[in-house]
Ligand binder design. Structure first.
Ligand code: PRP
Ligand code: URA
Length: 221
């Protein structure tokens, strides 16, 4: 595989054991570069984000258990049923990538918004598949900053009977603070993240990050 320029840096190695990072390839680094660039138009931002989201879904599916399946040859099939749950609004951007891989997948929604001043996450609404307790859940949110939003979403899933071990959180950009908060709260939840950034700034935004993902994907010019 082609080597990356030194300034990109190696993926951090001292992360909690529930974290899986996508390989730091040149392709992924270039997609992240496009996402981080303030000059990137909304159309291009959507294109880059959708590309990374597809890679995340493909990797997330690798973490689901499979069982033997005998046809004319001995193969495998997924052990259980799945569903997607997006944390609105930014998480909804990841639904298309999931549907591309799992055509008829059921999708639930949890509306959680982070207070712009305090960065505290507030739950407004949840609508989930009736049989969610019997499914593996792919929880979708591209940004993991303090971890407050994802932790609140996991509380909702647990309240609906989904065990931690059946939740896989798919995320585009994370940071050590958020990953630690998630591990401290729910160590059995698997996290698949495309890129672990350096840290949070004083406003609890990810550095270098890519700004407000929801605004850039859905409403920017
Ligand atoms: C963003 C993002 C996450 C959250 C991450 O959502 O999509 O849900 O912030 O921050 P945290 O880890 O500190 O909780 P936001 O509430 O800004 O809403 P949006 O999806 O509508 O942009
Ligand atoms: N939400 C975002 O969209 N970006 C951040 O850096 C933090 C929260």
């Amino acid at each position: 595989m082609a080597s990356l320029p030194a300034h990109i840096g190696a993926a951090p190695g001292n992360l909690p054991p529930n974290v899986c990072q996508l390989p730091r390839t040149g392709q992924l680094a270039a997609l992240l570069t496009g996402l981080r660039n303030k000059e990137t138009s909304r159309g291009a931002f959507v294109f880059y984000a959708d590309r990374v989201n597809r890679l995340l879904v493909e990797e997330g599916l690798n973490h689901l258990p499979v069982l033997e399946k005998g046809l004319e040859y001995q193969g495998v099939d997924f052990e259980g049923k799945i569903c997607g749950v997006s944390i609105m609004r930014a998480g909804e951007s990841m639904e298309a990538g999931l549907r591309e891989c799992c055509r008829a997948v059921r999708i639930g929604k949890i509306l959680i918004q982070r207070d712009e001043e305090t960065a505290q996450a507030k739950l407004f609404y949840a609508k989930l598949p009736d049989d969610i307790a019997n499914r593996y859940c792919l929880l979708l949110d591209p940004m993991l900053a303090t971890g407050g939003s994802a932790i609140k979403a996991i509380e909702v899933l647990l309240d609906h009977g989904v065990p931690q071990e059946r939740i896989i959180f798919l995320n585009l950009v994370s940071c050590p603070e958020g990953l630690k908060a998630m591990y401290d709260a729910y160590p059995q939840v698997k996290i698949v993240t495309a890129w672990v950034d350096e840290a949070l700034n004083e406003h609890k935004y990810i550095v270098p990050g890519l700004g407000d993902f929801g605004d850039r994907y859905f409403t920017s010019s």
